[in-house]
Ligand binder design. Sequence first.
Ligand SMILES: *Cc1c(COP(=O)(O)O)cnc(C)c1O
Length: 359
Amino acid sequence: MSETSPKLRAELEGIPTYKPGRPAAAGGPVAYKLSSNENPYPPLPGVMESVTAAARNFNRYPDMACSGLMEELSERFAVPLAHLATGTGSVGVAQQLVQATSGPGDEVMYAWRSFEAYPIITQVSGARSVQVPLTPGDVHDLDAMADAITGRTRLIFVCNPNNPTGTVVRRAELERFLDRVPKDVLVVLDEAYREFIRDPEVPDGVELYRDRPNVCVLRTFSKAYGLAGLRVGFAIAHEPVAAALRKTAVPFGVSQLAQEAAVASLRAEDELLGRVGSLVCERNRVVEGLRSQGWTVPETQANFVWLRLGERTVAFAAACEEHGVVVRPFPGEGVRVTVGETEANDILLKVAEAFRKEG
Ligand SMILES: *Cc1c(COP(=O)(O)O)cnc(C)c1O
């Protein structure tokens, strides 16, 4: 057999692989997956029904324009249809945004550490990542980001709340930042955890985008709405950007099952947001519990908490796993723990307490 392989783009060399949160090990003690920021609640019966009904037709391609979902979103957010684009999760939409704006010689900027998909989709495009360190308090350093803009900057991600730290940027600082960004640079407000925010000073990106043509808001059905497995997210942006998203979309990417589930979820929003409320209560309980044990926990507005454990990161993750809880370690940095079922959160608090006592 020949050793020669097809020529692949040089940009693909050294791309970090996306590390999915590991599932809970089979056969372990009780097993809870707190590693992917998923919604622990099972699908609502009504949502399940619309998905099983749609499943009867999966010999057919889905509605490529996602018309039903687009209508629903247009009304829900009071935005024109031409300002909307759907995709295979908001990660899919984020990848399209990079594709649409950036290539070799261009720069894509984001805070670091932030969402691990950003470096991957940037490198695939051939553009260069510009990573601006978070402040010592694990918050976006928007002044440093504005200072780092060059003539080659094409897209800036602002992850609010930030994954994996849960920290937020507030209205005044975000507006000041947006005022400093040149009008031909796209700012993507990644609001995957928007529904978990309780701090009234955190602006709704949909309000910021309205009179700013270079702002795009990313939302997803994966977290608060519990549809992670169905892959559907969307962007709200002015017409040129939304049109570019339609051009870069994989045809028929969003399945009919996903479309129907998303519509049914928007119609069952009261119930779903009630669940989000319960998760927010649990989040607050976990944060207070950890702090009362002496941990330093950054203020989180998402459905996860961040523990900056440094060299003890891997040991902590192993201790959690021993007790039946899988968390997400970032070796040498810290551990991100999703807020899950009450029993899972209780286990986390117990393990954390014992871990601190052992020093
Ligand atoms: C989970 C997450 C997403 C959404 O992912 P989907 O592709 O919609 O499942 C987007 N951005 C961030 C920061 C996330 O944590």
